[in-house]
Write a protein that binds this ligand. Structure first.
Ligand SMILES: NC(=O)c1ccc[n+]([C@@H]2O[C@H](COP(=O)([O-])OP(=O)(O)OC[C@H]3O[C@@H](n4cnc5c(N)ncnc54)[C@H](OP(=O)(O)O)[C@@H]3O)[C@@H](O)[C@H]2O)c1
Length: 431
């Protein structure tokens, strides 16, 4: 993300070059939750007298709990867009667990702090996914036009902001031409770049389930198994698996009431899940791969239907429960650690059962194969347009110019609480 010109709301600045514009000294209006509400509804010029865009961003200057370290920073963006850059207005931006972990300082990628948007202390804008609208385009940009939508091509852009200037726009963004928006919503597009792609890679890159399906000769697809099946990644795996003719066993946590659990099971079945069971059912005494086969896999034998891939979102005991169900030689791919418990695996599963354990991180994969990443995102968008891929339920939080900082902070702080009705997504209205 490039620098953004920060200036007092009313004072025009003449800038010799776009870069100079980007580095004007800051007049900071840092709005913390504890400050006067008057500040939060300060007079606003959507486009200032000299075309400056008024912008707000959630920022943090040190890692910690979101409620303690996040604040809202107000700044202005110059109308002079550098040649390789675009000015974007944010339409929707999800709050993913990884974003919260980044704010907490516990994620694999550490935040970088800078003074580019004029915060008093060097700061970072969290958020890795979003759907933006292109507002203006630098003279050298070839892939984006005004009115197109744009998605981050890689994480680290910093998306919890109303507006942004993005340099190297042709490589930093995946554009969606304005004549190809039909069938997409900003919320769906904003959640297309990480979770569906993660599910895609994990289903395709560890075990060749499609080949296994063909080889079985039964016409029925190969099986995979996953926990956290109602997560964004889990729902994507269910749908992609179904599209590719695979069958899935999906583990979720039981809800408050049997009716609510049944409703969740039905929701995932409607998405394409073959079997949905609760964590308690999986952990029941005596539940073994034999019982799994007899009760849930239609009595199919290990030979005709080996269960070779498990996707682990949770860790701890739930992960061990999955591993025990795998056939000999099976692979478990861990991509999340929602239970915050280590993975403890008895040696017998490695020695006698030849199971292997892998970790997947989409950020790393995307760095190695940026073209593949872009292509995966574009294919997911196509599936969304044609209704073959549905985004997960959303718990939207409206972000207008007047939204109090506390509302935004709380939306972030609640993200790691379990049993949520949907993914937190900032939906930008009058900004
Ligand atoms: N490695 C990668 O490249 C990659 C990419 C994308 C995501 N991820 C990771 O994948 C995980 C899911 O991300 P998402 O965006 O799909 O999540 P999400 O849509 O926000 O869903 C969160 C999931 O975690 C479950 N959960 C929450 N707290 C839990 C707990 N204490 N024990 C067990 N399950 C719990 C929830 O189940 P309930 O509804 O029962 O609470 C839900 O299924 C996160 O850890 C994220 O960091 C990794």
């Amino acid at each position: 993300m490039a620098a953004h010109l920060v200036r007092p709301a009313r004072l025009p600045m003449r800038t010799a070059s776009p870069l100079a514009a980007a580095w004007r000294p800051a007049t900071q209006s840092r709005i913390s939750a504890r400050q006067s509400p008057m500040l939060q509804t300060a007079v606003r010029y959507k486009s200032g007298p000299y075309g400056y865009t008024q912008a707000k961003a959630l920022v943090f200057s040190k890692t910690g709990e979101p409620a303690d370290v996040l604040s809202v920073h107000t700044h202005s963006i110059s109308p002079s867009v550098p040649p390789s850059a675009v000015l974007l207005r944010t339409l929707a931006a999800p709050v993913n667990p990884a974003d919260v972990n980044t704010v907490q300082g516990t994620y694999g990628a550490k935040p970088t702090f800078s003074s580019l948007i004029g915060t008093a202390e060097p700061s970072s804008v969290p958020g890795s996914e979003a759907c933006f609208e292109v507002v203006s385009v630098g003279s050298g940009v070839t892939t984006l036009k005004r009115g197109d939508w744009a998605l981050p091509a890689s994480p680290g852009l910093g998306t919890w902001r109303t507006h942004a200037i993005v340099e190297d726009a042709d490589t930093a963004l995946v554009g969606i031409s304005k004549d190809k928006l039909e069938g997409l919503t900003p919320e769906a597009a904003a959640t297309s770049t990480v979770n569906p792609c993660t599910a895609w890679r994990m289903l395709r890159d560890y075990v060749d389930l499609v080949e296994l399906s063909v080889r079985s000769g039964t016409g029925a697809g190969a099986w995979f198994l996953q926990n956290g099946a109602n997560s964004g990644v889990g729902r994507a795996a269910i749908q992609l698996g179904k599209l590719w003719g695979l069958r899935s066993i999906n583990v979720v946590r039981a809800r408050d009431t049997p009716e609510a659990t049944a409703a969740l099971k039905q929701e995932l079945t409607d998405l394409g899940a073959t079997v949905v069971i609760t964590e308690d059912e999986l952990q029941e005494r005596g539940f073994s791969s034999g019982r799994l086969r007899k009760e849930l896999m239609g009595g199919e034998s290990e030979k005709e239907s080996p269960l070779l891939l498990a996707l682990n979102c949770v860790g701890g005991r739930p992960a061990l429960g999955l591993a025990k169900c795998l056939s000999d030689g099976g692979k478990m791919v861990t991509y999340g650690a929602m239970a915050k418990q280590p993975l403890t695996i008895p040696a017998g599963l490695l020695i006698f059962r030849d199971l292997s354990f892998h970790g997947f991180w989409f950020s790393r994969w995307g760095k190695v194969d940026p073209a593949g990443r872009r292509q995966t995102v574009e294919t997911v968008l196509d599936l969304m347009r044609t209704g073959k891929f549905k985004p997960g339920p959303a718990d939207t939080v409206e972000w207008t110019w007047d939204t109090p900082a506390e509302t935004l902070q709380q939306a972030v702080a609640g993200t790691l609480d379990g049993f949520r009705s949907g993914k937190g997504i900032f939906v930008f209205k009058d900004t």
